[in-house]
Design a protein around this ligand. Structure first.
Ligand SMILES: Cc1cc2nc3c(=O)[nH]c(=O)nc-3n(C[C@H](O)[C@H](O)[C@H](O)COP(=O)(O)O)c2cc1C
Length: 394
């Protein structure tokens, strides 16, 4: 377990009540952002052990779920001790999304469902999905109302997560927020970027504040560029949100959830792990991935992408980093980690700050003539039913 050192100045206590999502009450108003390829049971377990909050699965495609693809069923699986089982669905067709929600509710597979309207990945948006979708208010309304109706049969709170819009000239978040609120969602989360921004630039917390103001009657969650507990507190103060959604900031740093809980409780201690503790967490992550995939080879291929995040700022050495990035088995991993100086202390600022996806703005890939109207034309309606595809996104 990484050591906790009293380092940060004590923040003035934030009087934030528990986050209410329908019948659920989340004491620490913090959400682990759904991240495809990251937020599986293994990573969620590591995060949960450090602090309270709501831990969302990777997104699952509605179509693949209703077809019971084994990988989709794995994605929505939870450990027995996950008290709030949270699932994120992606879909573009109201009928299929409705069927997926119904399946989850009838088979008691989750306690909370989130819908993804934020994915900027071209293969998703060019089919009208993810962050392209709220532009079509008729389709968006239809998906959200259908999903809420199905979720309400089991009293399962349903939330949506979205971006600001397609680009600065085609913003959708205020209208989409109102539609979602009127459809009965339990909360709305906003990532303060447009689709065109992808992960570039900085998240617009001003937009988050505007959404908070526009929707006084339901919880609004803010997302984007929270790299530390102090950032989270600052976002709450600046925007008035009811909770924060944290994505890339916890990649390679599951202990951030310990910091977040401490900060929201007004405590000053922060977790500052030395290299030995980071190595132990990394090994444990790999072991948990072996359990999750039931396949050591697959798990070790998966852990490789976490190397740069866990060891950011620590003295590891180029050769060892390269070997870690190709590690084939748990036994080899053990040997490589044993080469590290386990007494090396926390490196400070070098281990903090932005990590994970960044990149540059991109012109959004959209279906033909998508921006011409806010409602679907016949061709688009015909194509959308076929547009559910097995994607992983963000
Ligand atoms: C690797 C990766 C995968 C992602 N996958 C999803 C996803 O499946 N569903 C979703 O709604 N957002 C996804 N996102 C977006 C995040 O949930 C979050 O909105 C975004 O990273 C901004 O928050 P952050 O600045 O805290 O990282 C993904 C982001 C990353 C980096």
């Amino acid at each position: 377990m990484p050591t906790a050192l009293p380092e940060a100045p004590a923040p003035a206590r934030l009087e934030l009540p528990p986050l209410r999502l329908g019948r659920l009450s989340i004491t620490t108003p913090v959400v682990l952002a759904p991240m495809a390829g990251i937020t599986n049971t293994a990573f969620r377990r590591l995060c949960r052990e450090f602090g309270g909050g709501l831990y969302v699965s990777e997104m699952v495609t509605s179509r693949a779920l209703v077809e019971r693809h084994p990988e989709s069923l794995r994605i929505i699986s939870h450990d027995d001790d996950e008290k709030v089982r949270s699932v994120q669905l992606y879909g573009v067709d109201p009928v299929t999304v409705g069927r997926a929600v119904r399946m989850i509710v009838e088979e008691d597979r989750a306690d909370h469902i989130d819908l993804n309207f934020g994915c900027p990945v071209p293969k998703v948006t060019k089919r009208g999905g993810g962050s392209a979708l709220p532009w079509k208010t008729d389709l968006f309304t239809s998906i959200v109302t259908t999903a809420v109706r199905e979720a309400q049969r089991g009293d399962v709170p349903l939330t949506i997560k979205m971006r600001k819009g397609i680009d600065d000239d085609h913003l959708t978040y205020l209208e989409a927020g109102r539609i979602a609120r009127d459809s009965g969602v339990a909360a709305v989360a906003l990532h303060g970027r447009t689709c065109a921004q992808f992960y570039s630039g900085t998240a617009d917390w001003g937009a988050i504040a505007r959404l908070r103001e526009a929707l006084p009657d339901i919880p609004v969650l803010g997302n984007g560029d929270i790299w530390s507990a102090e950032d989270a507190i600052r976002m709450v103060r600046e925007t008035g949100v009811d909770g924060v959604v944290v994505g890339r900031g916890c990649q390679g740093r599951p202990w951030l959830f310990g910091d977040l809980q401490a900060a929201f409780e007004g405590r000053a201690e922060r977790i500052r792990p030395g290299l030995g503790e980071v190595a132990a967490a990394f090994y444990r992550h790999a072991e948990l991935l072996v359990d999750y995939f039931e396949d050591e080879d697959k798990a070790l291929r998966d852990i490789r992408k976490h190397v740069a995040w866990y060891f950011k700022g620590y003295t590891v050495g180029g050769e060892l980093r390269a070997k870690l990035a190709q590690v084939p088995t748990l036994a080899v991993l053990r040997g490589l980690l044993d080469e590290l100086d386990e007494d090396a202390p926390y490196p400070g600022i070098d281990a903090e700050g932005p990590r994970g996806r960044a990149g540059s703005p991109k012109r959004p890939a959209l279906p033909d003539r998508w921006l011409e109207s806010r409602s679907m034309n016949n061709d688009q309606t015909r194509d959308i039913a076929a547009a559910e595809l097995d994607v992983s996104g963000g």
